[in-house]
Design a binder for this molecule. Structure first.
Ligand code: NAP
Length: 247
């Protein structure tokens, strides 16, 4: 019970990595607010996580984001932990083939969306000496041959640096800000790349440990950063990637 009495907000908590994070937080004593765009998936997820509620919000809409934070405060009176996890993956294309709308959408969800939530939550984290965990990616740490998801890589790299900026800006308020960079994890996001046995073998072999990751393996690292076990850690960037980024 490493998060007893804590109130945690997890964006993109309806499935995949966000769902695993929210579930692990709940199993460790936290009250969890999960947000996502799709009401049905969100309701199903919150019904499967004890001590959780779901509040629908499109991360692209600042009023939706504000509504999540206002409702959380109304109902629970405080916020201790924010996990900036919601994200989308674009169609694989080389840079010259991306149109500006696609570029802007990926940046808006994966980067500006994290800004929107963080901006709204910071005043409350100041009161609890709370903690932020940003979910970036291995793609935010280095370039990969054939990856060809430039807007995604740009957003994830920006989130790595923003983690350090925010850690410095808010250290005076005792807010810790840390970042996790997962390798390929078995979720809806990566399903299109894991269709055949050949695809799976290729992805497994990309990771020196010899396999892709499971959402729960990322969730355990997030729990560590959120808990008092990490009380002297801020501005840290942790790859949770079976060694993919050290190749
Ligand atoms: N899976 C991987 O291999 C991997 C690797 C590195 C980093 N990551 C990062 O980890 C995070 C989670 O990825 P995942 O694999 O768990 O993805 P996922 O299974 O596709 O889930 C994405 C989550 O984000 C939410 N979301 C997407 N667009 C949204 C929007 N406009 N407004 C609000 N919520 C929105 C989705 O909500 P709805 O259900 O409503 O659509 C869903 O809850 C992402 O930031 C991703 O970039 C993933």
């Amino acid at each position: 019970m490493r998060l007893s009495g804590k109130v945690a907000l997890v964006t993109g908590g309806s499935r995949g990595i966000g769902f695993a994070i929210a579930k692990n937080f709940s199993e460790n004593g936290a009250t969890v607010i999960i947000t996502a765009k799709n009401q049905e998936r969100l309701d199903k997820a919150s019904s499967e996580i004890p001590n959780s509620i779901g509040i629908v919000a499109n991360i692209r809409n600042k009023d939706d984001v504000k509504n999540v934070v206002d409702k959380t405060i109304e109902k629970f009176g405080k916020i201790d932990i924010l996990v900036n996890n919601a994200g989308i993956f674009p169609k694989i294309k080389e840079l010259h083939e991306i149109d500006e709308d696609e570029w802007n959408e990926v940046l808006d969800v994966n980067l500006t969306g994290q800004f929107r939530f963080t901006k709204e939550v910071i005043p409350y984290l100041k009161k609890t000496s709370g903690s932020i965990i940003n979910i970036s990616s291995d793609a935010g740490l280095k370039a990969y041959q054939g990856f060809n998801a430039d807007a995604y890589s740009a957003a994830k790299a920006a989130l790595v640096l923003l983690t350090k900026c925010w850690a410095l800006e808010y250290a005076k308020d005792k807010i810790r800000v840390n970042c996790i960079c997962p390798g390929v994890v078995d979720t809806d996001m990566t399903k299109p790349f894991l269709k055949t046995q050949k695809d799976k073998e290729f992805m497994d072999n990309e990771h020196p440990i010899g396999r892709i990751g499971q959402p729960e393996e990322v969730a355990k690292a997030v729990l560590y950063f959120a808990s008092d076990d990490a009380s002297w850690i801020t501005g840290a960037i942790l790859a949770v990637d079976g060694g993919e980024s050290i190749k």
